[in-house]
Design a protein around this ligand. Structure first.
Ligand SMILES: NC(=O)c1ccc[n+]([C@@H]2O[C@H](COP(=O)([O-])OP(=O)(O)OC[C@H]3O[C@@H](n4cnc5c(N)ncnc54)[C@H](OP(=O)(O)O)[C@@H]3O)[C@@H](O)[C@H]2O)c1
Length: 326
C-alpha cells in the first residue's frame, strides 16, 4: 500500500462529496488495485431487500460467484421478477425467496423458521432492506416503521439465525447503514421517542446510527470464531430508492452518484473476501474501515454503555409476546 495512496484516500474521506460519490469509488479502486471478488461456491447467503437497488445487485453478483442465494422480499410479484434475474446469473442454481415485511416481527420469525428448516448452514446474512418513510407510519406492533424494519427486524433475524451462522464458523452478518448517520448522535431516548414533528430523513439517520451501535454489541457478545459482524455504507448510489425518496438530491448529484454495482462492491467484498476476525464490529466504506464520526457533537461519550443499552432494548422489544391468558 503506497503512502501516496493512503494520503489520497484520507483526502477523499475528509471531503465527503469526493468520498461518497463515484469519484471516491473510482479513485480507490485504482489506488488500491482492487481484485475482483472471489468465488462463493458452497457459500449460502440471505439478503433482505433484494428486489431493487443494492440488494438486487448484491444478490445477482453473489449468485454469479456461486453462492446459494436466499432473499427476503415484501411483495410477491417483485420477488418473482427479482428471482428470475438472480437465477439467470446464478452458478449454483439455488435462488429462493421468502415473503416478509421486515417491520413485522411475526413475518420475520416466519422467515427464520423457514430458513432454519431449509438449510443447516448460513455463511452470510446481509441486512440491506431499507427506506425513508415519508410520513409517520407504525409497524404492526406499534413501533415507528423505520425503527421496526431497519433495527428490530434485523436484530430479531440475526438472533434467530445465529445457530446457522455459527454452523458456518465464522458466519458473517453484514449491515448496510448510511452516510446519513454521520449527522446524528446516538441517544436511545431520542431514538425510541421519535422525531417531533415527524421527519423521515432524520428518523432514518438515527436508525442508521443505531445499527452501527448495536453491531458493536453483537461483536462484543459473540466470539469472532463463531460469527463476525460488520456495518458498511455504500456512498451515494443511483437506486430506485434514492430516486423516489430524495428526488432533489438525485437531480443535483445526478452523474456523480455511484452505480448500484459500485455501491454494492463493499457488501460483496465483505461477503466473499474480507477476513473480519480482527475487525469484528467495524464500519466500512470502499473496502476499508472508516471512522464512525465526522461531526464532533455526534461522538459518543460512553460507547459501550450505549451499545449495551440499545442491545438490551432491542432484545426486550423483539422477545416473543407472552401467550394470551387462558
Ligand atoms: N442508495 C443510496 O445512496 C444509499 C445510501 C446509503 C444507504 N443506503 C441503504 O442501502 C440499502 C438499500 O437501499 P437502495 O438504495 O438499494 O434502495 P431501494 O432501491 O429502494 O431498495 C430497497 C430494498 O429494500 C426493500 N425494503 C424496504 N423496506 C422493506 C421492508 N419493510 N421489508 C422488506 N423489504 C423492504 C425494498 O423492497 P420493495 O422493492 O418492496 O420496495 C427494496 O428491495 C438501504 O438500507 C438504504 O438505507 C442506500
Amino acid at each position: 500500500m503506497s503512502a501516496t495512496a493512503e494520503v489520497l484516500d484520507q483526502l477523499l474521506e475528509t471531503s465527503v462529496v469526493g468520498s461518497f460519490t463515484r469519484v471516491g469509488y473510482d479513485a480507490r479502486r485504482r489506488l488500491f488495485h482492487w481484485a475482483p471478488p472471489s468465488s462463493m461456491l458452497e457459500k449460502s447467503v440471505l439478503i433482505t431487500g433484494a428486489t431493487s437497488g443494492l440488494g438486487l445487485e448484491s444478490a445477482i453478483t453473489m449468485a454469479h460467484l456461486g453462492a446459494s442465494v436466499y432473499f427476503v422480499a415484501r411483495d410477491e410479484p417483485r420477488a418473482r421478477a427479482a428471482r428470475e434475474q438472480i437465477l439467470a446469473a446464478s452458478a449454483s442454481g439455488v435462488v429462493e425467496y421468502f415473503i416478509a415485511d421486515m417491520s413485522d416481527l411475526h413475518s420475520v420469525r416466519d422467515v427464520a423458521d423457514r430458513l432454519l428448516a431449509r438449510t443447516d448452514r448460513l455463511d452470510v446474512l446481509v441486512h440491506n432492506a431499507g427506506a425513508i418513510a415519508p410520513t409517520l407510519t407504525f409497524a404492526p406492533d406499534g413501533v415507528e416503521v423505520t425503527l421496526a424494519a431497519q433495527l428490530l427486524g434485523p436484530f430479531l433475524l440475526t438472533q434467530l439465525l445465529l445457530p446457522r451462522l455459527r454452523a458456518a464458523a465464522p458466519g458473517k452478518v453484514l449491515t448496510v447503514s448510511s452516510g446519513g448517520m454521520y449527522s446524528q448522535r446516538f441517544d436511545i431516548g431520542r431514538l425510541t421517542k421519535g422525531v417531533e414533528p415527524y421527519d423521515g430523513v432524520k428518523t432514518y439517520a438515527r436508525v442508521k446510527r443505531a445499527l452501527v451501535v448495536v453491531n458493536h454489541e453483537w461483536a462484543r457478545r459473540i466470539p469472532a470464531s463463531e460469527v463476525v459482524f460488520a456495518t458498511m455504507h455504500p456512498g451515494w448510489v443511483d437506486t430506485p430508492g434514492v430516486r423516489s425518496s430524495l428526488p432533489r438530491f438525485h437531480r443535483v448529484m445526478g452523474p456523480l452518484l455511484r452505480s448500484s454495482a459500485q455501491g454494492a462492491d463493499t457488501i460483496i467484498w465483505l461477503a466473499a473476501d474480507a477476513e473480519l476476525a480482527s475487525r469484528d464490529g467495524d464500519f466500512w466504506l470502499d473496502r476499508r474501515v472508516r471512522s464512525e464520526y465526522k461531526v464532533p457533537r455526534t461522538r459518543a461519550t460512553n460507547p459501550t454503555a450505549d451499545q449495551v443499552e440499545l442491545w438490551e432494548w432491542c432484545s426486550v422489544r423483539t422477545s416473543p409476546p407472552e401467550s394470551p391468558p387462558l
